[in-house]
Design a protein around this ligand. Structure first.
Ligand code: NDP
Length: 398
């Protein structure tokens, strides 16, 4: 079979010959008891850079030993890009949300042999799920593999926005020492109201991680958490997102992108937030109206916006979030730390081992199966597509 893998570019100065750490911690299980990815074996060193082209997710030996073909490329945008050409006769396509190969209906329909789209990570909104359903292409992702990595990033971003870290760091880098400049927008998070839109694996972990800061915690979700969890965290549940944003100083967005959540944070919703609130969005860029966010950062309705998710990706060089005031954006990195890469590379290997041997893939990994939403997908997504506009990714120039 032919496996097409779309990965981000190698480091500009080549693959690392040595890493910052000699090893990464070995985790036993996820907090809810779910087991970590468990392939029969792996051919990579956990902690190595696997998510870029030369890293190949550690798959080449495994696939070639079994007589399969692996094609890896980062050329993924625009008509006639390498990924689009290779897709035409590929059986399996693997892509990471950080550098998504947008599987639009047109691309899915051009891929006559395609059986499965694997998301090396979490969040399969780069696949036109409706087209996958209609064409009976299975969609799977590595549920939980990087949820806690993202929650760590959220905590970092909440603290850095509220304390105005970016500004202070810039002052030091520029050789300055004006303390008044450095603190005139700097606050403590203690006592603030922090709320999450969605309390799934990431949202709940972010709440748990924020608890020791002595803040008031809030959430909105389609399903309510168990009472014991609400009590443990002294959580306030909100029946609507409007109710949540009306009382929170910091709102973190942790729901998947699907037709129900696309552009949820628009001018109307942002105007219902407390003046000067902060948003941290590590879920998906398209859950926010990008221009509404920029306007709110300009006017002071928002004191800051941070996150690592954009639409499309890579974000065009002139994307307004690159230059709006008081932002703490990173490229899409939170879920692709070297620690997370080890987990999702192992998860992809587990999925492929199951696929080739005819064993069933874990229910938790399924988004679309046999022409319908399935497993996690049936729980967290709605039918439809969120890929419209993805062709803009072609505008990014290195
Ligand atoms: P989970 O599936 O554990 O959680 C998703 C939660 O969102 C569920 O609780 C679900 O509710 C809730 N939800 C779905 N639709 C809505 C809605 N319309 N309104 C409110 N809540 C909703 O996933 P994770 O927490 O692991 O990941 C969440 C998202 O984060 C991913 O889909 C992905 O987009 C993004 N992500 C980003 C990464 C990054 O690197 N920046 C890495 C990993 C994920 P319920 O189950 O109650 O229906």
């Amino acid at each position: 079979m032919k496996v097409l893998c779309i990965l981000y570019d190698d480091p500009t100065d080549g693959m690392p010959s040595k890493y910052a750490l000699d090893s990464i911690p070995k985790l036993e299980k996820y907090p809810d008891g779910m087991s970590l990815p468990s392939p029969k074996s792996i051919d990579f060193n956990p902690g190595d850079l696997l998510g870029c082209v030369s890293g190949e997710l550690g798959l080449r030996k495994f696939l070639e030993d079994q007589g399969h073909t692996l094609v890896v490329t980062s050329d993924k945008d625009g008509d006639g890009c390498k990924a689009e050409i290779e897709l035409e006769d590929a059986d399996i396509v693997i892509s990471q949300p950080f550098f998504p190969f947008y599987l639009t209906r047109k691309r899915i329909e051009s891929a006559k042999n395609l059986k499965m789209a694997v998301t090396a990570g979490i969040g399969s909104d780069h696949v036109d799920l409706q087209a996958a359903i209609d064409n009976k292409i299975d969609v799977v992702e590595v549920t939980f593999c990087n949820s806690r990595s993202v929650a760590e990033h959220i905590v970092m971003m909440i603290l850095s926005l509220v304390r105005d870290y970016h500004n202070q760091h810039r002052i030091v880098n520029e050789g300055g020492w004006n303390i008044a400049d450095a603190v005139k927008r700097s606050y403590d998070v203690e006592g603030m109201h922090i709320g999450t839109v969605a309390a799934g694996r990431i949202g709940l972990d972010a709440l748990r991680k924020m608890k020791p800061f002595d803040v008031h915690l809030h959430y909105f979700d389609r399903h309510r958490l168990p009472e014991s969890v609400e009590q443990e965290l002294n959580l306030t549940f909100h029946e609507s997102v409007e109710s949540l944003v009306g009382v929170c100083d910091v709102v973190t967005i942790n729901c998947p992108l699907h037709p129900e959540t696309e552009h949820l944070f628009d001018d109307a919703l942002i105007s219902k937030m407390k003046r000067g609130a902060y948003i941290v969005n590590t879920a998906r860029g398209k859950i926010c109206d990008k221009d509404a966010i920029a306007r709110a950062c300009e006017s002071g309705q928002l004191s800051g916006y941070a996150g690592d998710v954009w639409f499309p990706q890579p974000a065009p060089n002139d994307h307004v979030w690159r230059s709006m005031p008081n932002h703490g954006m990173t490229p899409h990195t939170s879920g692709t730390s070297l620690s997370a890469q080890a987990r999702y590379a192992a998860g992809v290997r587990e999925i492929l081992e199951c696929f080739f041997s005819g064993e069933s893939i874990r229910d938790e990994y399924l988004i679309v199966k046999d022409g319908d939403l399935a497993g996690m997908g049936a729980h967290s997504y709605s039918k439809g597509t969120a890929t419209d506009g993805s062709e803009e990714a072609e505008k990014y120039k290195k």
